[in-house]
Design a protein around this ligand. Sequence first.
Ligand code: MSP
Length: 645
Amino acid sequence: MPRPFYVTTPIYYVNDRPHIGHAYTTIAADLLTRFYRLAGREAFFLTGTDEHGTKVAEAAQAAGLSEQAFCDRTVETFAAAWKKLDIEYNYFIRTTSERHKLAVLKLLDAMRAAKTDDGQDVVYSDYYEGLYCTGCEKFLTEKDLVNGQCPFHKRPPEKLREKNYFFRLTAFAQRIKRQIESGELVILPEERRNEVLGLIDQDLPDFSLSRERVKWGIPLSFDKSQVAYVWVDALSNYISGIGYGDDPASFTKWWDEAEVVHLMGKEILKFHCFYWPAMLMAAGVKLPNVMFLHGWFTVDGEKMSKSLGNMIDPNDMVAKFGPDGARYLLLTQYPFGIDGDVQAKRFVTQYNSDLANDLGNLVSRVVKMIMADFGGRLPQPVRELEGLEQLMLLAEELPESAYGHIKHFRITNAISDSLNLVRATNKFFNDTTPWLLGKQGQKAKQGAILYACCELIRIVSIMLYPAMPRKMREIRGVFGLDDGSLTLEHARRFFDLTPGSPVKLEQSIFPRIDTPFETGNVSAQANLTPASAALATEGLVDITEFQKADLRVAKVIAAERVTGTTKLLKLQIDLGSEKRQIVAGVAEQYSPERITGMKIIVVTNLKPAVIRGIESRGMLLAAKAGGNLVLLTPDGDLAPGAKVS
Ligand code: MSP
């Protein structure tokens, strides 16, 4: 029996809405799982949510909810998005679940019982010293301070010490290095491996395993005044989700005996490639086999950020392109592993060209001709057909070459190989002109060409199934095929379809899209549970909807009246990281002189508008009662760019 395959994604923070960054890793993991299953390997796919820590507690407080209620609600947006994208995970791990807590405590106990090679305790108690703001109830870093003060509470933080349990990381550095160098622990791509080796050589200090002042976390069994450090808590999901704490048989199968692959973005390298292996070593648990750290992408050349308003909701992509189109477009933008750009502006063109034209049209043309000229029955094959041998060679190589790509995480290559076969099949169809052959009385040859095309489409329906499961099943349905023949083994065959079997296409597989892709189409309602949807009908909005608006403090640096109107001012504003122009209808209440220098609140992520021929990129907030209009301003001296929440 081949070794089982176990793949994980990072668990995503619940204080964020799912965006295409999260979707990217999750779709990749789903694709790998499906591919290994095609190849006959058992596979387990774990994803989930990271629900503890101060940020979540703060978000819950802002929403007026208990931490748990907040997590329960926002976690649904992830589960719903994954469902829409046809993500089929085996288990969804939540760090607030009992199952997870059990595993974290077990792992902490095992680490606490461990000794280093020279007989020291791996876990030791010491003091953490830092700058603590009693207003925020958290430690701040020098970077957080403005003029030496907490920017929110306008007072200098106190130097405070708190007791923490520390993990003796330094004792494991060389062992981890040896594991990486010997290939026991594979870190990919190469560049990331070198980065980890460089980190190890920098002698990173020991890290805290626990926090005393953080309240929203898992209390330690041996000291209830402390909760597990968020990263210790989060990393443990990879073993808690397969039964480390509660299901030894499952854990043995999916951890000890499996090939364990952690997929993630490159920004969380230190925790995964250094802390996590050290924790496992200390606890006497086998290390994962592969860490694959893919790159980060920009969207249309810009960093994806709330303030730029270019965060793409995967639900919007599904609404426009269907789950398969969304999966395909996200996975094919640039090679998996490196940094790249997601060209959202080209989504529609790419969908139409690759999916509607190349693949969808091929299926339509071939199947419609069989329906029209062969009574909807698959014609007889012929081996000796001009151009077929070459095509069969290409098809024969495809399963092996694509599987090879998958084993090396070259997801983009695996997909493009199949698209190349589609294009070669289109060329074969065009070159052999089956539509003329029928009319020229060469029906057998026409039928043989169509049969060959169907075979090639069938092979592609297997090879592209991991990327586009729903549509590939739809294509297979055209030939009456079910999942029984959805294996790599079947993709290696030719002349597998039964001549005479019915072939039927009711609607085009990838209908063309003729309208541009705009984000922000999907109403929040689509993601809500029935209970929360009921609330929304009473006129309430979901907190995640509200959080979509990016409100910032801005300073007005210049203002002038817009000619031809008494109401409008053209303002130049400073948002800290950038300067912008907005047009505001406040000229009757605020003269340019009065408003210049004021700090105001601006919605920064509105789509740009042109008002009286002047571009406006944002909207200021003002309150109105009767004829009186006043600007909203911060009650305190905040730097431009400060977030309003
Ligand atoms: N909760 C931690 C992970 C703990 S795992 C033990 C976390 N969560 S996160 O919500 O911030 O998700 C980060 C992950 O989302 C990245 O590692 C990557 O998988 C994905 N991405 C988020 N934005 C991305 C891009 N712009 N580009 C590519 N992937 C991105 O960190």
